[in-house]
Design a binder for this molecule. Structure first.
Ligand code: INI
Length: 177
């Protein structure tokens, strides 16, 4: 590649101000999910998000996350949603159904709505593995999810269709002649 070949690079900013966020958190395995939630909220606050621009929605289990996340995303209530859950492997196939359908539902919801839904659903063999990923200091996957939410909210704004007049400083919708 020639040195002169320098395509435009699009990188997400890490600033949260001006964006709204929603967190959907599962009550199942709350010992873990509450720690992930704390990590996510820490990251949002550290990035400059205001409390009034963040809402936290509690659902019974991970299986219920996709529907709540989709409602939040399609209602335009959030520029990014963080989905928090913890699925622990048991002795039956239940784990596989819950883990697979939760991941699939979250992916479908973000692709359907165009709103990023950050996947922070731990799928672990045991509680010890989950505790390691929900650490209060280092290694908190909720914190990583918070950072990813801020980046994706910024990125989606940058990736709006080029033909949208609002991106070129045009008048807001409804005010066009
Ligand atoms: N939900 C979880 O979030 N984690 C689990 O480990 C889990 N297990 O193992 O059963 C779990 N089950 C509940 C499920 O998410 C639904 O809430 C329930 O099936 C009602 O739809």
């Amino acid at each position: 590649m020639k040195e002169s070949f320098a395509p435009k690079q699009i990188r997400p900013s890490a600033a949260a101000s001006g964006f709204r966020f929603a967190v959907v958190v599962s009550r199942f395995n709350s010992f873990i999910t509450e720690r992930l939630l704390a990590g996510a909220l820490d990251a949002l606050e550290a990035s400059g998000a205001l409390a009034k621009d963040v809402e936290v929605v509690h659902v019974p289990g991970s299986f219920e996350i996709p529907l709540a996340a989709k409602k939040l995303a399609e209602g335009g209530r959030a520029d990014a949603v963080i989905a928090i859950g913890c699925v622990l492997r048991g002795e039956t196939a239940h784990f596989d159904y819950v883990a697979t359908e939760t991941a699939r539902g979250i992916q479908l919801a973000q692709l359907d709505t165009g709103v990023p839904i950050i996947f922070c659903v731990l799928t672990c063999d045991n509680l010890e593995q989950a505790v390691d990923r929900a650490g209060l200091k280092g290694g908190n996957k909720g914190r990583e999810a918070g950072v990813a939410a801020v980046e994706m909210a910024n990125l989606v704004r940058q990736l709006r269709p080029a033909g949208n007049p609002r991106d070129r400083g045009g008048p807001p919708r409804g005010k066009r002649r």
